[in-house]
Design a protein around this ligand. Sequence first.
Ligand SMILES: [Zn+2]
Length: 185
Amino acid sequence: MSIMDEVKKEGVVIARKGDWQVWWHYIVPVFWAIAGLLFPREKKNFEERAIINLGKHIYFNDPDHVNANLPRYRPTFVHELVHIKDNKRRPLFYKITYVLSKKWRCYWEFRAYSQEMVFRYKDGEIPPDYIDFLVEVFRDSFYFKMHDNIRPAFERVADLASNGKISLFEFPEEFEVIAKEEIFS
Ligand SMILES: [Zn+2]
């Protein structure tokens, strides 16, 4: 099944900046503007990279991000689909813990970025500096400083992926062990 088929199956609504479909889409740019004031170092990132996922709605701040048919954006859709599926599974728990708990936000993002990684393995090579990039993402203020050193966790997921022990949109028991030891301990 292609990523676009998954997007359709989950009934995902794609919204881009300036394309207001429901009233609360208006809140999103305001949220990013406030985040930009709180974390000026990330302002540019919020403006260019920011993607927010509200239930079934994926909101892209950068309109170029929207096309899942472009290979470079497919991993992003994989990432957001993980959030959508997690939110569907445990709607209230997911939203509350994502916002209020740093460890849980880290766990939910760890799931999403791990699946991006699985997708990149499946699709070919993982760029050599990809884990370095993830370590920074988890450390910096873009996600409000989730984890000081997520490297060992992603190295363990990379091992699972290269041994075919984790597949797209699946989380084996070993994955939960990694999360428990590297995030919640
Ligand atoms: Zn995410």
